[in-house]
Design a binder for this molecule. Structure first.
Ligand SMILES: Cc1cc2nc3c(=O)[nH]c(=O)nc-3n(C[C@H](O)[C@H](O)[C@H](O)COP(=O)(O)OP(=O)(O)OC[C@H]3O[C@@H](n4cnc5c(N)ncnc54)[C@H](O)[C@@H]3O)c2cc1C
Length: 388
């Protein structure tokens, strides 16, 4: 198994076992129900807070457990084996809200915000996308201007995971409209209880139906100067850095979802008999199983190559994009085959592979679509020639 290729520490191995136990006992058994009722995975998030996983790579002085990025990726993979909705909720909170505060925040800001986010007392979200800018994130339209000692934010954020539940949103806004796309952008820590913040709509989605995806209006929301994250006009690269790790996390989520679908397909192929034999005996099914296993193994290598490199403090612009592109598209292929192996039973709720398939589709879209990952990879290879 490719896990042995990588230098996982004893702490990493213990963490994997801990998350596996939690998923088996408490998270996976509720996944069907949450998908059907759209109930927010609040109980699972509380458990993750108690285990220290919400602040898995946050230093202890800020309320975290001080592990590394690889530990976070292990948690993502294992959680995704049990419940996609919980996994997306977790990554939006930890990977997308806590990370920019860690990267950009002052010591005072970290002391003020991180302990409550790490414990789960407060939930976080990340406000980059807007109705008119997803892939083209640098073209955002939300504006912020200075008024006395406050900043005033006005605009609309779209697809915000945890947007209706979060107390804190790390949001970005254009602070210098004269600057071209991707420049003159500043990051802010927005208190979601501030006057002017509203959530007009929760999306009804194909998958990940227990995660909350919200539209968030910012109508002249006042943000004190002390809640500016980093320096004025330079926020965009930090968002891109946040997404660099986020892509590895979504790749790990894809891996976990694919592994879950694969395990169910293998099990089913041994139990179901057609033409007097187990499905597993039929050669076509065997080739499906072999292809699925090989693709999962390849994705795992890409995911942990990127995770260990990022944990060592190196940039993973290329490796993260490759891991996300391959793992998310792989998860679609593996889930589709898992449904096929289940036949008609794969098409109904009870056997779960259809839910995993629906959940996995988001991984080819969120935190940069597959097409955007291809652009990122091509630019890494072609350099200036790709832009000309
Ligand atoms: C469930 C869910 C949760 C999300 N959570 C968050 C969140 O918490 N915070 C947040 O900020 N955002 C979030 N997002 C937004 C997500 O990141 C965007 O949806 C994604 O980046 C794509 O943007 P878009 O939807 O505007 O699609 P578009 O950018 O309009 O793209 C449409 C299609 O065109 C393709 N395309 C666009 N430009 C190019 C190009 N140059 N070359 C080739 N193809 C191109 C895309 O790949 C895609 O296939 C979430 C989205 C979903 C669905």
């Amino acid at each position: 198994m490719s896990y042995e290729t990588f230098p996982f520490s004893d702490e990493h191995k213990m963490l994997r076992e801990t998350v596996r136990d939690l998923v088996r006992e408490k998270i996976a058994p509720r996944a069907i129900e949450l998908d059907e009722t759209h109930e927010f995975p609040a109980a699972a998030m509380a458990e993750l807070g108690e285990l220290g996983l919400l602040g898995v790579y946050v230093p202890e002085e800020y309320g975290g457990v001080g592990m590394d990025f690889t530990a976070y990726i292990i948690a993502m993979e294992e959680l995704a084996k049990g419940c996609g909705s919980t996994t997306l909720t977790y990554t939006a909170h930890t990977g997308l809200c806590i990370t920019p505060i860690l990267l950009l925040g002052t010591h005072e800001q970290k002391l003020k915000y991180l302990p409550a986010l790490c414990s789960g007392e407060e939930l976080g979200c990340f406000g980059l996308s807007e109705p008119g800018s997803g892939s083209d994130a640098g073209n955002l339209q939300t504006r912020a201007w200075k008024d006395g000692s406050d900043w005033v934010l006005s605009g609309s954020k779209m697809w915000i995971t945890n947007g209706n539940r979060a107390r804190r949103m790390v949001a970005c806004a254009k602070t210098d409209p004269e600057q071209p796309r991707g420049k003159g952008i500043t990051a802010f820590i927005v208190d979601m209880k501030s006057p002017g913040v509203s959530v007009p709509k929760i999306e009804d989605k194909l998958g990940l139906r227990a995660s909350a995806t919200a539209q968030v209006f910012l109508d002249d929301v006042r943000v004190p100067e002390a809640e500016v994250l980093g320096s004025i006009d330079t926020g965009f690269p930090v968002f891109m850095q946040t997404l660099e790790g986020g892509r590895v996390a979504i790749a790990a989520m894809s891996l976990g979802l694919a592994e879950a679908a694969f395990e169910k397909a293998v099990e089913y192929s041994k139990q179901r008999h057609t033409f007097g034999r187990a499905l597993a005996h039929h050669q076509t099914i065997q080739t499906y199983i072999a292809d699925m296993a090989t693709e999962i193994e390849a994705a795992r290598l890409l995911v942990y190559q990127a995770a260990f490199k990022k944990a060592a403090g190196e940039s993973v612009a290329r490796e993260g994009a490759m891991a996300k592109l391959y793992a998310s598209e792989m998860a679609m292929r593996v889930c589709e085959k898992a449904i096929q192996i289940h036949g008609g039973y794969g098409y109904v709720r009870e056997f779960e592979v259809e839910r995993i398939y629906r959940d996995a589709k988001l991984c080819t879209i969120g935190e940069g679509t597959s097409e955007v990952q291809q652009l990122v990879i091509a630019r890494q290879i072609l350099g200036a020639a790709a832009k000309g």
